[in-house]
Design a protein around this ligand. Sequence first.
Ligand SMILES: Nc1ncnc2c1ncn2[C@@H]1O[C@H](COP(=O)(O)OP(=O)(O)OP(=O)(O)O)[C@@H](O)[C@H]1O
Length: 329
Amino acid sequence: MGSTAADPGPQIAARFRADLAAIWPEGIDDEQARLGLAVSGGPDSLALLLLARAALPGRVEAATVDHGLRPESGAEAAEVGRICEMLDVPHATLRVQVAPGNVQAQARVSRYAALSGWAAGRGLVALATGHQADDQAETLVMRLNRASGVAGLAGARPRGSAPGGDLLVLRPLLDWRRAELGEVVRAAGLVAAQDPSNGNDRFDRVRVRRALADADWLDVSALAQSAAHIAEADAALEWMAALEWRSCVRKEPMGLKYRPQAPRAVILRVVARIVRELDGEEARGGAVARVVEALVAGRPASIGNLVARPNSGGWSFARAPVRAARREG
Ligand SMILES: Nc1ncnc2c1ncn2[C@@H]1O[C@H](COP(=O)(O)OP(=O)(O)OP(=O)(O)O)[C@@H](O)[C@H]1O
């Protein structure tokens, strides 16, 4: 493929360059700095590949994670490899094993772990992903429909770190519409895989997508911006929860003691972290809320393998004693 066919038009390229510049890490103005691209083979991340290659010629590398969860995943990764070869962009396929349990959540954990290892090994300054405005808006509407709290409603942030690590993740396409990205791919003569991402909540998402397309009074870009505002509020709550943890949570011989000071939204996060640290499990939001409600009312409560008790100005959390009967049996 000639570079002219693959290169997006000058206006599109300039818009992407400006979006990338706005989130580019401070202090990394090195002309040699190279950016990693997470390319699943779907239309959004293929557009990312084309746009980033034009914005940073010779300074991008791509990786595709093959979770091995669908029969066609290997062929999709190979197709991304073929496209990258045509575009003269180095490409790696990262095969991962997904731990049993919540498959989508585990796939995400292994995906980011693999991408982080790859980026570190290749000396890349950051990883860019293809999250875009329609996905943000759809997720927001789906979560509103499930009564999600702030963390659930928060959209992806333009700049953040990969879960469980310190790889910088850039999302330069958050203001781009799906149709615009599809057009970038089409204009380059490429054919994207049928949306290999977004498989987790595909059914709900497709329904919401149709509803949003029919509701011409709904402004998808505005919804996406709201998701971004909520993401900032979520980060602020996390910051407050870290502060509350430092000043109000103490070790006890049997577990942790918490003397809550903050508003309830922060308390819920601190209690969720206590459960995570003592029980090693991620607690469901509703279960955490029930425990807090009981403790505020002066009643003990249990969550996972923990017992929480109100006492002398605070709440004690400890692992529940193994019942004698169970031990004997
Ligand atoms: N198998 C994959 N290989 C490489 N990149 C991927 C893969 N799956 C997803 N991505 C990257 O993540 C972006 C968002 O994909 P998707 O919407 O599936 O993720 P998500 O689960 O909604 O978001 P997050 O990964 O932040 O939880 C894609 O545009 C792409 O950049």
